[in-house]
Write a protein that binds this ligand. Structure first.
Ligand code: DQA
Length: 148
């Protein structure tokens, strides 16, 4: 099973961007950690884009290739109805899609309190730093081992 780990705008700058909020771990570190943590039978592919259309295309690809998704939609979280619709295209097939936020958006600016993605995501992990990605992978692996 290939797990797609999709990251939205500005996340390429993880490690140097607001380290007080997001920590000093880079997206490359996250990718390496997930690759090391993936058990036999699972591979992890991490991608990042600042472009909404590209991110939507990747979600269509996930639906078409039956790939579970770990998604940090970054600022798109708070206003992209197009992303909402694309996430639903994945989850309505029964595939898991975990929304991950490094910070806890509920503890930050008011505009971050709304997620238009959460209502159509399988679940949400927020505020646990970059550990959230690994925890999401752990659950995807656990779920795949369960009868459905
Ligand atoms: C974020 C939270 C968003 O509000 C913000 O726009 C980001 C990162 C997080 O991982 O904590 O870019 O998704």
């Amino acid at each position: 099973t290939r797990v797609l780990v999709l990251n939205g705008p500005n996340l390429q700058r993880l490690g140097s961007r607001q380290p007080d909020v997001y920590g000093t771990t880079t997206l490359g570190d996250v990718a390496a950690g997930l690759a090391a943590a993936a058990p036999d039978g699972f591979e992890v592919e991490l991608r990042q884009t600042d472009d909404e259309a590209t991110l939507i295309g990747w979600l269509h690809e996930a639906a078409d290739t039956a790939s579970p998704v770990i998604l940090n939609p970054a600022a798109f979280t708070h206003y992209s109805y197009a992303l909402h619709d694309a996430v639903l295209i994945v989850t309505e097939t029964g595939l898991p899609l975990i929304e991950v936020h490094i910070s806890n958006p509920q503890a930050r600016d008011e505009f971050r309190h709304v997620s238009v993605v959460s209502p159509v995501a399988t679940g949400v992990i927020a505020g646990l730093g970059t550990d959230g990605y690994g925890l999401a992978l752990e659950w995807i692996v656990r779920r795949a081992g369960r009868a459905r």
